[in-house]
Design a protein around this ligand. Sequence first.
Ligand code: COA
Length: 242
Amino acid sequence: MAWHARNIMSLHKPVRIAAHLIRLDGYLDDACSYATRPGADRQRAAEVQSVPQRDAFLAARKLLLKLLAAQLGCPPAAVPICRGPHGKPRLAFGNTEFSLSHRDRWCAVALSADAPVGIDVEPIRTLPGMTEVVAEFFPLAARAAFASAPPEEQEIVFFRWWTRIEAAVKVSGRGLDAALSCFNDVTCQSFEAVPGLAVAVAAEGEGPLIVDWQVDRNLSWLEPEPRRLYVASSRLVCQKTG
Ligand SMILES: CC(C)(COP(=O)(O)OP(=O)(O)OC[C@H]1O[C@@H](n2cnc3c(N)ncnc32)[C@H](O)[C@@H]1OP(=O)(O)O)[C@@H](O)C(=O)NCCC(=O)NCCS
């Protein structure tokens, strides 16, 4: 195993990724700061009917701009985001690749200078029609894992692979049409340290991935008394599987 790991490390250039997993509660807008948001964000926000989803979109965008601004050394308002042909956001210049996902009040951001990346976060939950989704979108390896999961683990296995598929699909930006072949020339890593949450990151190439996971969880949403920010971090290294 150790020999195998060293051998792969020597064949392929590692892809380093900073992955942030953050509760959005601390980034929600007040009416005042909403007015100062970039026009494109306000236009997108206006199209979102559900208020919680609109708030989450704006909060995730604010967080993304902060992280990219720190990387680029410019103010958040000057971060030059544009979109590719299928809507994949990217920087207009520079070599920083990024990906964003937000679901409920969780947001995940991946940043890398080494390769195009994708990230996805989903709460693990009961979902009607899992079997149909598996049959339509899951590549062979994911189908096999779902089929062999015991009934009490089916939701976990489903969302583990769903997030890997979404993350892999976001690497190329081609959308779910590419789901069945999404693991070709893509390496994925799951992060399962937060109970009830499935998170995966993916990058172009054969890996290995070296991912610095930063979990920034404001516990005030869990407890009546506001608590100080809890920050956990871990570095995981993985190689391409399947
Ligand atoms: C748009 C899509 C890339 C991800 O959507 P999602 O999982 O619903 O939402 P996420 O929050 O994880 O990702 C949305 C973010 O991805 C980014 N994104 C949008 N289009 C993208 C593309 N073509 N490629 C990469 N990233 C993209 C944007 O940053 C977007 O954030 P924004 O809406 O705040 O601008 C696409 O995969 C999709 O339509 N998914 C539908 C969900 C589904 O049916 N999944 C089944 C999986 S088996």
